[in-house]
Design a protein around this ligand. Sequence first.
Ligand code: NAD
Ligand code: UFG
Length: 336
Amino acid sequence: MAVLVTGGMGYIGSHTVVKLLEDNKEVIIVDNLVNSKEEVLNHIETITLIRPLFIQGDIRDEKLLEKIFSHHLINSVIHFAGLKAVGESVDEPIKYYDNNIVGTLILLKVMKKYKCRKMVFSSSATVYGNNSNVPFEESYPLSTTNPYGATKHMIEDILRDVYKSDKEWSIALLRYFNPIGAHESGLIGEDPNDIPNNLLPYVAKVATGELACLSVFGDDYDTPDGTGVRDYIHVDDLASGHLKALGYIDGTTGIEAFNLGTGNGYSVLDIVRAFEKASKKTIKYKVVNRREGDIPICYANANKAKQLLNWQAYKNINQMCEDAWRFASNKSNHKE
Ligand code: NAD
Ligand code: UFG
């Protein structure tokens, strides 16, 4: 029985595939490489000594999914495939709704047809919207502030309705906080092609000299040093959470949301300092205006995942920055 991993060539997907292979799971990846590179497969093989089956294609291609499900015995799906850039989703909402919503609907249609009713879905802390009542708990009301977030909220609703219609389904909605870091080998990590929107890849590129200076988006928030506070979680811990969730849904039916975070908040300047320590470089930064749509503070109450999944994050902010730096400096050396 195989696990189908949509978006398995991407940042979080590739780390999860490594863990699945290390756990002797049979893995099939479907990814259209819209935001990842084929070389990731070689790196997965170098790390695990196993080359999983990779099918290049789009999850909106119903015929392709039919072919995959009819040729393989697939027990469960980990569904990472999606577009994730908040700013781009505001400029191109149709592209986001089409890719994320239509893609998920077609996937569910084919899963239903082949009676594959187990899914781990990549949701996001973005579904807590503008709430500032930290730590965020799974029971909080959901809202969204941009089309990307709306797709996550809608897909959660769609999956709740799917479960209501057929109680044989078993679904875990994993609400990630801020994944950072990279595999300890330095071979896989987050490598955006364009100028990064997210803090960590931006800081890493300042450290390698590819970018000149970090813009810190506001230092007048009601936080200890005035800069935004987030719950950064090592991608390796996050990947482990998927294996725990897979084990959980295997033994039960139902639908449950889980926060995957550390429960700790760090500010932008905490991250700058930790990255300076890890890279032994000075991170040049200047404070600019707040970024529209940012909330001051966001961190998880991760007790539910601990209780029901027996999962918790172990890696601290220094390990996150050291691993991110190893990956970034490797990449940068290869570009020279
Ligand atoms: P990523 O872009 O690195 O990985 C997503 C992968 O999906 C990519 O390899 C991309 O090529 C593929 N993909 C996209 N649309 C596809 C389609 N229609 N058909 C087939 N493949 C497709 O992103 P990531 O950081 O690994 O995120 C994985 C998931 O987790 C996404 O759904 C994202 O929204 C969600 N998430 C990410 C974060 C984060 O900060 N990284 C936070 C919360 C939630
Ligand atoms: N920041 C800067 N300068 C930058 C980039 C970010 O100061 O160049 C600050 C932001 O203002 C924020 C913090 O760094 O205070 C983190 O910002 P990120 O862009 O790295 O992450 P966000 O918390 O804004 O958003 C991320 C994902 C979303 C996801 C959300 C919750 O990008 O997709 O976490 O999971 F929805």
